[in-house]
Design a protein around this ligand. Sequence first.
Ligand code: 8LH
Length: 466
Amino acid sequence: MGAQMENWHFPARYDQSYLPDPDSPYWFPHRETMDPQERDAAVLVRLREVMEYAYSTSTFYRTKWDAAGVKPADITSFEAFEQVPVVTKAEMRESQANHPPFGDYLCCDSSEIHHIHGTSGTTGAPTAFAIGRRDWEVIADNHARILWGMGVRPGDTVFVAALFSLYLGSWGALAGAERLHCRVLPFGAGAQGMTARAVTWLARTKPKAFYATPSYALRLAEVAESEGIDPREFGLQVMFFSGEPGASVPAVRKAIEDAFGATVIDCGTMAEMTPFMSASATAGTPDGMLLWQDIVWHEVCDPDSFRTVPYGSEGTPVYTHLERTSQPMIRLASNDLTRWVLEDNPCGRTYPKLPDGVYGRIDDMIHIRGENVYPTEVDNYLRGVSGYGGEHQIVVRRTGSMDEMIVRAETTHPAGQRDAFERDTGSGLQSLLGVRVTFESVDANTLERAEHKSRRVVDEREHTKR
Ligand code: 8LH
């Protein structure tokens, strides 16, 4: 069984010169289309191997599992695996504070480290990611394989329009496209005037594929249009996105498709989980995200018990590396929300799927007057309203003892002619969300646009608590 799976080893080993048959939609036909139960059985053996490796090379996992009474050798069923305590971001921060800079979950020799990345640290102490040299090659292979699934081929030009700094998104996309023998344009993002320059370079190089965050793609379309250039002229065919919800939010997806005339592909787990593209749609199954279970083991779990929920149900993703030897994550809790299904995929891959993508973070969900509001619901709604100006903000504040939600949206309607827009949009939002909404409109192009991930929610209740 395992022997039939192409290049199935731990530690992983891939032939760096391998490319599939040009006519094959699959990079590894067997692994991608095999009976999912057989694949899961091979993964279970692998989970034990990865745990044995982590137990013997890291104090972090040894201490954690000893305290929980978990032994790698006992992981002979998925029920047993679900008893393995999850890793939280707080634990990683603590481990790095006590064992700087990479924490005591660094499982490889520090001489093996090839790249250092990290979180931006805007909301607390940054976390450092150390990625081994061999792991980087394996990540590149995995991402090349997933890009192949999206329809990207050797020789295609791939335009990477995301921050080239600590952020792993851009670097991971670059590594995959390089391994796939593409022509990569590591354009970047975030510097003054760079979006206008991106328009020029896209028009000049006419890439086949493009990578960014979804909000940045919308920003780029606005800038192109303001310069009199139709983004469809770039000739993009595949646009793949990660970093935030958007590519699976129906109205955002449609806005990108309409603006650029390209297929929109959603992908992405977490930076810690690089190869983060292990959740990704494909050319043949472009909606939602497939869980490439032989690269990273994805579970969708109850957020309290961290036991998997049945297919069809909502839960929080929990991720386990199957190939990383530097900082392997074993049951990393994401704090995100999603729903998973296992059904026939049109592309023929036998992976489970997140049909609505990852639709939000548990901690971004706004709890107001007993209701849960997902910011993506507001985004999805506003994009369907005629006269919406393209950007909005959600402010939650406490007035007296009552929580109040204010949605401030841009409109293209001229001042003095906004009454109907304000009334209809406000009442539409209110009935969609089930909470009272104070709706305000502002001029188009006045709210801040994201160059990276959007931050549309301002919860002033947290400030008043401090
Ligand atoms: C997403 C998505 C998505 C990420 N749909 N939410 O871009 C992938 C990696 C590099 C990344 O963004 O990592 P980072 O900065 O650690 O952020 C991870 C979080 O970003 C993740 O937990 C989600 O909340 C969000 N995210 N990709 C919806 N396709």
